[in-house]
Design a protein around this ligand. Sequence first.
Ligand SMILES: [Zn+2]
Length: 226
Amino acid sequence: MDVRCFTVGAFEVNAYLITDPATGAAAIVDTGESDELALALAAEKPDIRMILLTHAHLDHAGALARLQQDWRVPTYLCTQERPLFETLPIQGTMFGMPQLNRPCGRIDHWIEDGFSVQLGETTLRFLATPGHTPGQGCWHDDTDILVGDTLFAGSIGRTDFPMSVPAQMVESLRRLTQLPGALRVWSGHGPMTTLARELETNPFLGYIRRERGIQGPPGMRWAPGT
Ligand SMILES: [Zn+2]
């Protein structure tokens, strides 16, 4: 797939426009919470077929209702994310920023781990990676993976939020790093990386290196089992 990154909003979140090169069919992955992505896309008029969410924190899903005004396309989110999604109208208040409260928008397809959807000639697969949030997940094809706040270059998503479960994150990172190392990793914040690079260098993945006999720094203990 072709991947374009738009860094938007108060949290400098990475929203993405992904495109199937054979057909031009495109999808939005995460929205930001501002109107920046909507304005950028309105100027370009790509052939958007769907909106995919990695998780329902306001910086990733807060502009969904705004984007759905312009793009009447189906939206997909993991079933386990529903309780967090429904807090969007008060999530800003929960984080001390009531000016960032947002309407929920509409989810057309509540999905599960292993779900796949066709974007032109590209098959997009959903890998559930709970831990940062209950329904956090990653969208990928054979070359690229959009991971939301599961994994960052040199770091991982926070696991100290109200609905976070560190033990789930420990297991989700094991599953994520079973995918091919050459996959380009597009995170919810910060620069692009690859799974191989993170597996070899990320200080939060030391426990996986030990389990698999991979050379690299010992890393830090950040949850039981790491
Ligand atoms: Zn998040």
